[in-house]
Design a protein around this ligand. Sequence first.
Ligand SMILES: Nc1ncnc2c1ncn2[C@@H]1O[C@H](COP(=O)(O)OP(=O)(O)OP(=O)(O)O)[C@@H](O)[C@H]1O
Ligand SMILES: Nc1ccn([C@@H]2O[C@H](COP(=O)(O)O)[C@@H](O)[C@H]2O)c(=O)n1
Length: 256
Amino acid sequence: MSTALASIASSLSRKVLSNYVGHRPQIYFRSFTSCILLPSINKFSVTKPNQFKNLKMSSEKPKVIFVLGAPGAGKGTQCSNIVKTYGYAHLSAGDLLREERQRSGSEFGELIEDCIVNGKIVPVAVTCSLLENAMTKCFAETGTNKFLIDGFPRNRDNLDGWTLQMSEKVDLQFVIVFDCTEEVCVERCLKRGAAGSGRTDDNLESLKKRFNTFYNDSLPIIEFYDAKNLVRKINGVGDADVVFESVQKVFKEIKD
Ligand SMILES: Nc1ncnc2c1ncn2[C@@H]1O[C@H](COP(=O)(O)OP(=O)(O)OP(=O)(O)O)[C@@H](O)[C@H]1O
Ligand SMILES: Nc1ccn([C@@H]2O[C@H](COP(=O)(O)O)[C@@H](O)[C@H]2O)c(=O)n1
C-alpha cells in the first residue's frame, strides 16, 4: 500500500470506520460514502445522498452512458461531440479527480496525484461522490439529466461502489467503448503532453502503468457489461470525424 493510501485508510479508520474494521468492503463503502465522505468533499452543499430518489418521484431517473477505452482512445474528444449533438452533460472522472486534487484544503490531493502519476485507480468512495455531486450540481444548474460518464467504472472497486451508491438512482443506457491500438493511444497522449496538456501522466513511464491498469483492471469491467449486452464498441482509430460517424450510429439506437 502506498504512503498516501495508507494515510487515507488510517485517517478514515480513525474517523469513522472503527465499527467496520475487518468487515466486508461493501459495508465499508456504503457507510464511508454516504455518511462521511460526502460532507467532507462536498463543495456544492446541494447534495443529499438520496437526492435522486426524490427526483425520481417528480421526473425520470437520470440517464447515464459510461464511456470507456484505453488512455488516449478518444473518449474526451468524442464526448465533446456527443454533448454538442445530443445534449448530454459530460462528466469526466479524471477531470473531476484533477479538480479535486487542485482544490485547496482537499484531504485527497496527495492520494489522487499518487494514483494519477502511477496509473492507479483512486478509491471509489472519492470518485463516486465527486460524480454524484457533479450530477446533482449539473441538474440543479441546467436541468440536464442525461450524463456521459467518461472514464468510469475503471475497475472492480469502481463498479462495486457505483452499484451500491448509484445504480438504483439512474438508468444506465449503455457503455460506449472506444477501441484503439496501444501504439496510436500512446502517440496521441505523448503529443498531447508535448502540446502542453500539463497532465502529469502524459509521459511514457506513466502511460506504461496506465496501460497495465487498463488491461488488468478495466478490460474485465468492459467484459462484465458486454455479457449484459450493454457494450457498444466503436473503432477509435482514424480521423475524429470518422469516429464520430460511428458514434452517431450508436445514438440512432436511442432515437429509433
Ligand atoms: N481520432 C483522433 N485522431 C487523432 N487524434 C485524436 C483523435 N481523438 C482524440 N485525439 C487526440 O488525442 C488526444 C487524446 O484524446 P482524448 O483526450 O479524447 O482521449 P481520452 O481517451 O479521453 O484520453 P485520457 O483517457 O488519457 O483522458 C487528444 O490530444 C486528442 O485531441
Ligand atoms: N474512474 C477513474 C478515472 C480516473 N482515475 C485516475 O485519473 C487518471 C486519469 O484519468 P483519465 O480518464 O483522465 O485518463 C487515471 O489514470 C487514474 O489515475 C481514477 O482513479 N479513477
